[in-house]
Design a protein around this ligand. Sequence first.
Ligand SMILES: [Fe+2]
Length: 149
Amino acid sequence: MLWNKSLETGIPAIDTQHKELFRQVDILFDKNNKDRVPRTLKFLGEYVVKHFNDEQLLQAKSRYPKALSHKKMHSDFVVAFTKMKQEYDNGNGSLIILLKINRAVSDWLKNHIMIHDKEFATYYKNLQKQKTEDVPIGGSRTAQRSSAP
Ligand SMILES: [Fe+2]
């Protein structure tokens, strides 16, 4: 599941974390890394939570109107992932369960990023643009630009 440019949101902090998520998923499904599966699953579970928290924080800070429903999608995914991980642990590392996790995680991530994260990114970038376009009282755009570092 290679990361590609179409998954880019344009928010560097989010894109960096997305790339790392995809990298971890790739490690998980590399036949040469069989011994690393439990460790990678654990890392992925923790990293996904960290990433979701960072994204939610940014949404809260920017007063994103869909922040609550976005958060719900994240927590539903965490519940589903935790369940699958438990299934894997209980199934003594079954390959079938691992494949199921692979499909579920990659499908969810791609779909979520393409639709929901990008929707937030559009909102966020518009907000940033508005901020830089705001002309201070008594000032002018030219004056504002020339005083910028
Ligand atoms: Fe998200």
